[in-house]
Design a protein around this ligand. Structure first.
Ligand SMILES: Nc1ncnc2c1ncn2[C@@H]1O[C@H](COP(=O)(O)OP(=O)(O)OP(=O)(O)O)[C@@H](O)[C@H]1O
Length: 578
C-alpha cells in the first residue's frame, strides 16, 4: 500500500514538474557549475599552501586570491539563481494543486459537506499541501545538487588519497544513523507540539465563537481552566522537544567531529611520512563539510518524504471524492420558468438510509404560493432542498415545466430559484456586496431598488457609510431582522421567478415581523413561491397548504378548507391562536 502510494506520488510530482522542464534543466546546469566550483575552491587553497607559499610566487598568490573571490561570487549567483528557479517551480506546482483541491471541494455536493469536517478539509488544503511543498522545496530539491557535488568531490578525493578518504567515508554510516535517530525523536516531539498547538487554537476559536453562550451561562472560569490544561500540555510538549534538541546536539557535533579528527590525525601522520601535504589537510577539511551535507539532509528528506506520502494519501482521497449530484453529460437547456413545478411521488432519504420524504406529490403552478407546514423535523426543509437539487430524489421525480430537474444543469435550475433561509448567510463585506453577491456587476440604482423593495433602504440610508457599511463576521453588526431583509434584497436583485422562503422561527417583534412580512409579500407578488410557514397567520392566502408529518403529506387544501376539515392543520392553528 505504502509502496504503491509512493509510486503514485512520484508520478504525480513528475506530472506537476513536466511543464517546468526548461527551468529544471537550467537548475541542473547551475548545480553542475556549483559542484565544479565547490571542488575548485579548496584546490586553489591547497595549491596556495603547498606551492605558492614555499616558492614565494607573489604574482600567482594575487591571481589565486582573485580567482577565489570570483569563484565565490559566481557560486553565490548560481545558488541564488537555482534557489529562485526551484522556488518558482515548486510554488507554482503547489499553488496549482491548492486551486485544484479547493475547486474540487467546492464542487462536491451537500452530502459531502455533511460527512466531512471543515477542520479535516482545512488540514488537507493547508498542512497536507505544505507537506508536499516541503518535498518540492529548494532545500529538498537542492539535495540533488549537494549529492552531485559530494560524488564529484568524493571520486577525486579517493583518487588523491584513498586511505584517508576511505576512513572518512566509514564515519558516514554513524553520522547517518545518529542523525536519523535524532530526527525521528525530534520530529515525533514536534508533531506532538503541532497537535497540542492545534488543540489550543481550536479551543481559543471555539470559545471566542461561543462567547455569548459562555457569558450567559457564566462559564468563564470553567472555560479558562480547560484552556489552562491544554496550554500546559502544549508547554510540556514544547519543553520535551527543546530538551531533545539540547541533549542531542552535542552528540551530533561529536560525530561530525570524528571526520575532522581523522583528517587532522591521519592527514598529519601522512604529512610526516611525506605522503600528503598541509594544503591537502586544509582542502580535505573543506571537502568534509561538502561530503557531510547530503548525509545530514538525507535523514531530513526521509522524514519529509514519509510525511509527504501520508499527506499525498489524504489529498488523493479528497480528489477521489465524486459528487453524487452531477449534471448529465448532455443537459437540456432550461427556459425561464413559465408553467409549473411538480413533485411526483417523491421519496428521499439521507445517507443514513432512514426515510425522510415518502411519496410526496404536489404541483406548484406559476404565480401561485404553496405553503409547507408541520412539526419540527417533519421534512419541510428537505423538500425545498430537493427542489434546489442539493440532493437527488431516491424515487419519483421533480419536474420543472415538465423537464426532470436531473436533466438540466444544476446551476441553470438554481439561478431560477431564490432562497431565503432561516439562518441568513452574510459575508464579512459591505451591505452592497452582500446584496449583489454572485450577480456580477450591478448598478447602485439596482441595489437601492432591491433594498427599497426589501424594506431595508431606510435603515441603510441611516448608516453613515450607507451601502458601504461592513456587516461584520456572519453579519454580527446587524439584527436578525436586518440580516433577513438584506437576504430578501438579494433575491429581489436576483429576480428569480421562483422563491423558496423559510420563515424565521425566532420570535421577532411585531414591528420587525410586519416589515419582513411586507417584503416577503412583495417578493411573492408576481412570483411563484414555496413557503415554509411557522406562523400560520402568514399563509392564509396560499393557493395550497401542505401539512407534512414524518415526511408524508397528511393533509392538503386552502386555509379555509383545512380549518373546515378540523384535522391536523386546524389543531396547529388552534395551538397558535388559543
Ligand atoms: N443532512 C442530514 N442527514 C441526515 N438526516 C437529516 C439531515 N438533515 C435533516 N435530517 C433529518 O431529516 C428530517 C427532516 O428534517 P428537515 O430539516 O427537513 O425538517 P423540517 O420539517 O424542516 O424541520 P424544522 O421545522 O425544525 O426546520 C429530520 O428528522 C432530520 O433529523
Amino acid at each position: 500500500m505504502f509502496k504503491s502510494t509512493v509510486w503514485r506520488m512520484i508520478r504525480f510530482f513528475a506530472r506537476q514538474l513536466a511543464d517546468a522542464k526548461r527551468y529544471l534543466i537550467a537548475v541542473m546546469v547551475m548545480l553542475v557549475g556549483t559542484a565544479a566550483i565547490q571542488y575548485a575552491i579548496p584546490r586553489i587553497t591547497q595549491s596556495v599552501i603547498d606551492q605558492v607559499i614555499p616558492k614565494k610566487e607573489v604574482g600567482t598568490l594575487a591571481l589565486s586570491v582573485g580567482a577565489l573571490l570570483v569563484l565565490t561570487a559566481v557560486t553565490g549567483l548560481l545558488s541564488a539563481g537555482s534557489n529562485y528557479l526551484l522556488a518558482r517551480v515548486s510554488q507554482s506546482a503547489v499553488a496549482r494543486l491548492r486551486n485544484t483541491l479547493f475547486g474540487h471541494a467546492l464542487n462536491q455536493d451537500f452530502a459531502f459537506f455533511e460527512t466531512s469536517k471543515t477542520g479535516d478539509l482545512m488540514v488537507v488544503l493547508t498542512s497536507d499541501v505544505n507537506a508536499l511543498q516541503g518535498l518540492l522545496s529548494p532545500n529538498a530539491l537542492g539535495l540533488f545538487g549537494s549529492i552531485l557535488t559530494a560524488v564529484v568531490v568524493l571520486v577525486i578525493m579517493l583518487i588523491q588519497n584513498p586511505v584517508l578518504t576511505g576512513l572518512i567515508v566509514l564515519t558516514f554510516p554513524i553520522l547517518f544513523i545518529v542523525n536519523l535517530f535524532f530526527s525521528r525523536l525530534i520530529h515525533g516531539a514536534w508533531r506532538r507540539v503541532r497537535q497540542s498547538t492545534g488543540t489550543m487554537n481550536n479551543q481559543i476559536q471555539e470559545s471566542l465563537a461561543s462567547i455569548l453562550l459562555i457569558k450567559s451561562m457564566a462559564t468563564e472560569d470553567q472555560t479558562a481552566a480547560t484552556f489552562a490544561k491544554v496550554n500546559e500540555d502544549n508547554r510540556k510538549n514544547q519543553l520535551a522537544a527543546t530538551t531533545y534538541f539540547a541533549e542531542f546536539s552535542p552528540v551530533i557535533d561529536f560525530v561530525d567531529y570524528l571526520g575532522t579528527a581523522l583528517i587532522i590525525g591521519v592527514g598529519a601522520y601522512q604529512v610526516m611520512g611525506n605522503s600528503f601535504t598541509v594544503g591537502g589537510i586544509v582542502a580535505y577539511l573543506s571537502y568534509l563539510t561538502i561530503l557531510q551535507a547530503p548525509v545530514r539532509s538525507l535523514t531530513n528528506l526521509i522524514d519529509r518524504f514519509q510525511q509527504a506520502v501520508v499527506s499525498y494519501e489524504r489529498i488523493e482521497n479528497l480528489l477521489a471524492q465524486a459528487p453524487q449530484v452531477v449534471d448529465v453529460p448532455d443537459p437540456q437547456p432550461l427556459p425561464t420558468f413559465h408553467e409549473a413545478v411538480q413533485f411526483d411521488h417523491v421519496d428521499f432519504h439521507y445517507g443514513n438510509g432512514l426515510p425522510v420524504i415518502q411519496d410526496v406529490s404536489f404541483d406548484l403552478p406559476k404565480g401561485e404560493t404553496v405553503a409547507l407546514v408541520g412539526s419540527s423535523g417533519a421534512g419541510k426543509t428537505t423538500i425545498t432542498k430537493l427542489l434546489d437539487r442539493f440532493y437527488d430524489v431516491t424515487a419519483g421525480q421533480i419536474t420543472f415545466d415538465g423537464i426532470d430537474i436531473r436533466q438540466v444543469r444544476a446551476r441553470d435550475l438554481r439561478r431560477q430559484i431564490g432562497v431565503v433561509t432561516q439562518d441568513v448567510l452574510l459575508l464579512d463585506t459591505s451591505i452592497r456586496d452582500n446584496i449583489a453577491y454572485g450577480l456580477g456587476t450591478v448598478t447602485d440604482d439596482a441595489v437601492w431598488a432591491a433594498a427599497e423593495a426589501a424594506n431595508i433602504a431606510d435603515f441603510v440610508r441611516s448608516l453613515p457609510d450607507g451601502l458601504n457599511t461592513r456587516v461584520g463576521e456572519r453579519g454580527v453588526r446587524l439584527s436578525g431582522g436586518q440580516k433577513q431583509r438584506i437576504a430578501i434584497a438579494r433575491i429581489f436583485l436576483q429576480d428569480a421567478p421562483i422563491v423558496v422562503l423559510d420563515e424565521a422561527t425566532a420570535a421577532l417583534d411585531n414591528e420587525t415581523e410586519r416589515f419582513i412580512q411586507t417584503s416577503f409579500d412583495r417578493l411573492m407578488t408576481n412570483r411563484t413561491s414555496l413557503v415554509i410557514a411557522h406562523r400560520l397567520s402568514t399563509i392564509q392566502h396560499a393557493s395550497e397548504i401542505l401539512v407534512v408529518e414524518d415526511g408524508k403529506i397528511v393533509e392538503r387544501g386552502t386555509h379555509q378548507e383545512l380549518l373546515y376539515k378540523n384535522g391536523r392543520y386546524a389543531q396547529l392553528y388552534a395551538l397558535q391562536f388559543k
